[in-house]
Design a protein around this ligand. Structure first.
Ligand code: TEU
Length: 571
């Protein structure tokens, strides 16, 4: 038990088990494969390994549909393998956090199987079952008009007991009813304490603000008169009892285990005041949350338009970064820094350039942005070698994600009349934004399938793995990987400034360069990043007087000009 908040200064590395390293040649990554790579992660400078879901699952949403919280997907290994990973990390002074997915379970979970079996089953009320309603013509309709995340209604009709059940995501992911105390206790017991008892150090908490529903399920406002289903995210985010539930989970299941790290995935909460209700130390709910809007850059303005690629300006990035860098100042809250995860395309391809000429320099420039940010830093597997999106020529058949395919098929239906505009638009969006891009096999070396597997990988390896892989970069002092190692070390050396410092943007309106100052007491750092493929004037050059260049991504460069995608940190 301790309250030193060890997690504040940690560098967290997200492992997506399916795509990290396959130790047994079945084409799927696995936990023994992660154990094998722990020394690699340590050499990179990682403190915490976050394992995306490894629980038993029918894998409709890559394990975010859990059929047994107390077991591991056989393709990934066993509970003992997870304990081995915890041991391998702990023996090196590293920690492990798991993904806690408890807004919904799989429809194959024993709880749902019972709940579905009859209206008077004692677990009936563990999920949301509601009778149908009927339109004027007498057609059976879902109980409310909500559109879910993966396209389509949030309600699915079940013939057996002739009622609908609620699912914000796929129909194979029914929502658990947190309003039922017995359900909450089962969740804490099975999904939380089971693993804390095995020695894990915390959780990334999936969809953290969606557990409390308005259980009368009022209709969402009609914004699309042509359709029965309507945008409805506001109907279930930050619901009436959400803070009561999270506080209860904290008191019952986190606090007894000491300084457990929890990072919630917080959607649709623009007002920092509301965010502090989750992450203020005095609120006793979560250590920190992810602010997802950096991932939304370049997406359409609403959920329905998510995969419509939309031009963006650098000021958008600046305002998002500034908002979540500064909102904790003068409070007891904490924040996070990240620009990649398993739900987004690769940052080099989205925010800079993945052309052969610029991709390495771009990856290093983005690394400088990340390591100088206040908060707990998260990097996603492959980010440290500058992995990029799948080639644009790859056909839709190479895409596997349930969400992207849901949007694509919806667009296909809309294009059935012969006008393929919508389908082309969505396909174009998926080429940059699909969740698949981050799920390609990790590129270890230049052997077949990037050295990820000796078998047939579940997802195709990137065509360019010969040029971008760990083995090659470990041997080059100027590689992206070597750069990340250096700058992660510098982040720790200057932790007061980089991890804890105050953040201020300079020259906000500049659309080419992002310049900011970090400060703490008398110390100051100045960070300047050129987000374009052209040389740009260094407008803030005066501010460097009396400072030294700490690190940059070009070996040499004229003081007053920033080369393409150049980044520098002065101190
Ligand atoms: O994502 C929650 C979520 O709603 C998004 O932020 C997500 O990126 C999605 O694409 C919304 O359109 C979490 C997981 O990170 C994601 O992989 C799962 O699919 C989802 O929960 C359901 O469990």
């Amino acid at each position: 038990t301790g309250t030193n908040n060890w997690w504040k200064e940690a560098t967290v590395y997200q492992v997506y088990p399916a795509s990290f390293y396959d130790s047994n040649g079945d084409g799927w990554g696995d936990i023994p494969g992660v154990v094998e790579k722990v020394p690699y992660l340590q050499s990179l400078g990682v403190d915490v390994v976050w394992l995306s879901p490894m629980y038993d699952s029918p894998m409709h949403d890559m394990g975010y549909d859990v059929s047994d919280y107390e077991n591991v997907l056989p393709a990934y290994g066993t509970v003992q393998d997870v304990e081995n990973l915890v041991e391998a990390c702990h023996s090196r002074g590293m920690k492990v956090i798991l993904d806690l997915v408890v807004n919904h379970s799989s429809d194959q979970h024993a709880w749902f199987q019972e709940s579905r079996s009859s209206k008077d089953n004692e677990k009936r009320d563990w999920y949301f079952w509601r009778p149908p309603r009927y339109d004027d013509a007498g057609n059976r309709m879902p109980p409310s008009n909500y559109r879910g995340y993966f396209a389509g209604s949030t309600w699915t009709w079940d013939e057996k007991t002739e009622e609908y059940y609620l699912h914000l995501y796929a129909k194979e992911q029914p929502d658990l009813n947190w309003d039922n105390k017995a359900t909450r206790e089962a969740i804490y017991n099975s999904a939380v304490r089971f693993w804390l008892d095995k020695g894990v150090d915390g959780f990334r908490v999936d969809t953290v603000n969606k557990y409390s529903k308005h259980t009368d399920f009022p209709d969402a406002p009609v914004t699309d008169p042509k359709s029965y289903i309507q945008p409805a995210i506001g109907m279930w985010c930050n619901g009436p009892r959400i803070h009561e539930f999270l506080r209860e989970m904290y008191d019952d299941s986190f606090a007894p285990y000491g300084d457990v790290m929890t990072v919630g995935e917080l959607a649709n909460t623009p007002d920092p005041k509301n965010v502090l209700e989750y992450v203020g130390a005095s609120a006793k709910q979560l250590s920190m949350v992810f602010h997802l809007d950096i991932g939304h850059i370049g997406m359409g303005p609403s959920l329905e338009e998510k995969y419509i690629l939309t031009p963006w300006k650098l000021t958008k990035m600046k305002s998002i970064v500034e908002k979540w860098q500064t909102f904790i100042e003068g409070t007891d809250g904490w924040t996070t820094a990240f620009c990649e995860n398993h739900d987004n395309g690769r940052s080099v391809s989205r925010f800079a350039s993945d052309s052969p000429e610029f991709r390495e320099i771009s990856a290093k420039m983005l690394a400088l942005m990340m390591v100088t940010m206040t908060g707990t830093l998260f990097i996603y597997q492959g980010q440290e070698i500058g992995m990029i999106n799948a080639p644009r020529e790859w056909p839709i058949e190479e895409y596997k994600d349930i969400e992207g395919l849901g949007y694509y098929r919806e667009a296909e239906r809309q294009s059935a009349g012969g006008d393929t505009t919508r389908k082309d638009l969505i396909m174009n969006g998926l080429r940059t934004l699909a969740r698949d891009h981050s799920r390609l096999p990790m590129q270890w070396d230049d052997s077949a399938h990037a050295g990820f597997t000796t078998g047939q990988p579940w997802m195709r390896a990137h065509d360019l793995y010969n040029e971008m892989n760990v083995k090659k970069q470990e041997n080059e002092s100027s590689s992206v990987l070597s750069f990340w190692k250096d700058v992660l070390r510098l982040r720790k050396e200057h932790r007061d400034l980089f991890i804890h410092g105050a953040f201020e943007v300079l020259d906000y309106d500049n659309l080419e360069t992002f310049c900011f100052v970090k400060s703490r007491d008398d110390a100051r750092a100045l960070v300047v990043l050129n987000f374009t493929d052209q040389a740009q004037p260094f407008t803030q050059v005066d501010k460097t007087r009396g400072m030294k260049l700490l690190v940059g991504n070009y070996a040499d460069s004229p003081l007053e000009t920033l080369k393409a995608f150049e980044g520098r940190v002065y101190i």
